[in-house]
Design a protein around this ligand. Structure first.
Ligand code: GDP
Length: 366
């Protein structure tokens, strides 16, 4: 699965948001409850209005949304890269996530202490990012000698790795995140990803604002939005307090009413999940049948056999073909039979790039 790590300084509303995220999505995906893998890891349903429509056409007994994983990575403070706080533990957790979500405090409240002494989301983002950049520099400098030794022994891959490591070190020394390496092609991208740097991961900023600014944002979140726009990161405004209140409302109707009374079209959490999906360049395909209609997540550009592998490794290994109907055709022609009659049913092979919304049925052999 795909994983987003949640980071932020203490007292910015991280836990409030994370806990609300889990209980809201649990309620919204009643027949596929979120599960807490570890206390700090949660799987949440990706909201998708196509799922109930497909399930209705196919008269499915169950609907199963696809999910994203969120990891609450606690303990980041200034000095974490040098082992301050729970620094090292923090950094090892964050190394494996696919994207990083920064929670930034954009609310004023004199009762809630700020570890840096004042409310300033741009400085907070910089404090966190600096720690991540220092940790990246440190890990690259530690790994460089071993790679150099390999390269001397004639290892061509190691030589390529070293070139990429040196580029990353230069960028980091300039005070920029490893994303600023700007890989020129797929091969370079792969080399950079292979270094598993913290600051080469896609970033989303989540501005936690006071309740009355949930719909509009405030002057602090506007600054974060401007900064995010300047560097190709995504930015979402939420009120962790509102999310916490919504998460304990018992019914969908009450949640909807509460949201609209605040001038909100959807929960901040739905915004976060959708933005995370976009940030990771993910798309959804569906499997549809009488037992269940289910959504599956893949990265855009994935070929049919690898898409099948998300369901089961046997599907990938023994892949023969994918019976394919697009979402548009499936809904327009009222299901597979109708789509077949209309000539909109396709048999796709190993080279097929799965498209967002495809309804797939995999044929596979031993
Ligand atoms: P964490 O340390 O980042 O996990 O922060 P918490 O979620 O524990 O929140 C720290 C404190 O800030 C708690 O007392 C929250 O109730 C409070 N808090 C969180 N979000 C908001 C907000 O939007 N406005 C105000 N006034 N307080 C908030």
């Amino acid at each position: 699965g795909f994983e987003c790590g949640i980071v932020g300084l203490p007292n910015v509303g991280k836990s409030t948001l994370f806990n609300a995220l889990l209980s809201t999505m649990q309620a919204e995906a009643a027949n596929y409850p979120f599960c807490t893998i570890e206390p700090n890891v949660g799987r949440v349903a990706v909201p998708d209005e196509r799922l109930p429509l497909l399930a209705k056409i196919a008269s499915s007994a169950k609907q199963i949304p696809t999910q994203l994983e969120f990891v609450d990575i606690a303990g980041l403070v200034r000095g974490a890269s040098k082992g301050e706080g729970k620094g090292n533990e923090f950094l090892s957790h964050i190394r494996t996530v696919d994207a990083i979500l920064y929670v930034l405090r954009c609310f004023e409240d004199s009762d809630i202490v700020h570890v840096e002494g004042s409310v300033d989301p741009l400085r907070d983002a910089e404090v966190i990012e600096t720690e991540l950049m220092l940790a990246d520099l440190d890990s690259l400098e530690k790994r460089l000698p071993a790679a150099q030794k390999k390269a001397k022994g004639g290892d061509k891959t190691a030589a390529e790795q070293i070139a990429m490591m040196e580029r990353a070190i230069k960028v980091l020394q300039d005070g920029k995140p490893a994303t600023a390496v700007n890989p020129r092609d797929k091969a370079e991208r792969k080399l950079l990803d292979g270094l598993q740097l913290l600051t080469s991961k896609p970033v989303m900023f989540v501005c936690n604002v006071e309740e009355q600014f949930a719909a509009t944002g405030n002057s602090l979140s506007a600054k974060v939005e401007a900064m995010a726009a300047g560097r190709n990161a995504s930015c979402v405004v939420v009120s962790a307090k509102i999310e916490a209140e919504i998460s304990i409302l018992p019914s969908e109707e009450e949640k909807k009413e509460f949201l609209s009374s605040l001038g909100l079209a959807e929960t901040g959490l739905a915004k976060v999940v959708k933005a995370g999906y976009q940030l990771l360049d993910l798309i959804t395909y569906f499997t549809v049948g009488p037992k269940e209609t289910r959504a599956w997540t893949i990265q855009s550009g994935t070929l049919a056999p690898q898409a099948a592998g998300v369901i089961h490794s046997d599907f990938e290994a023994g892949f023969i073909r994918a019976e394919t109907v697009s979402y548009g055709d499936y809904t327009q022609y009222d299901g597979e039979a109708g789509a077949k009659k209309a000539g909109r049913f396709r048999l796709e092979g190993k080279e097929y790039v799965v498209q967002d919304g495809d309804v797939l049925h995999f044929r596979f052999g031993p």
